[in-house]
Design a protein around this ligand. Sequence first.
Ligand SMILES: [Zn+2]
Length: 105
Amino acid sequence: MEDITISEFQQAIEKIFGERDKKRGLSKSLNHLFEEMGELSQDLRKGDKKKIELEFSDVLAWLATVANISGIDLEKAAKRFISSCPRCGQEECNCPEDNGYFDIR
Ligand SMILES: [Zn+2]
């Protein structure tokens, strides 16, 4: 399998599902994303690697759908994290975990 960029993945989701995604709309697509995240959560607890990988790909695809509908470039969004923690600026995050870090990130 060849490597793909986040942009290529997002464009593939747009090409394959873009028309249907626009008709379905943001609210219903968000429901699908949350549903897939729930399934991922369940499969992570069960530990079946093949199913977990499938659920990750579903979550990624629905995340790309929601980004497409919202006009958000996921590659650009991901670049915030490419070299350091966006909050503390360290290459290896040094934020205090008990200081609302996960809310702010
Ligand atoms: Zn940090």
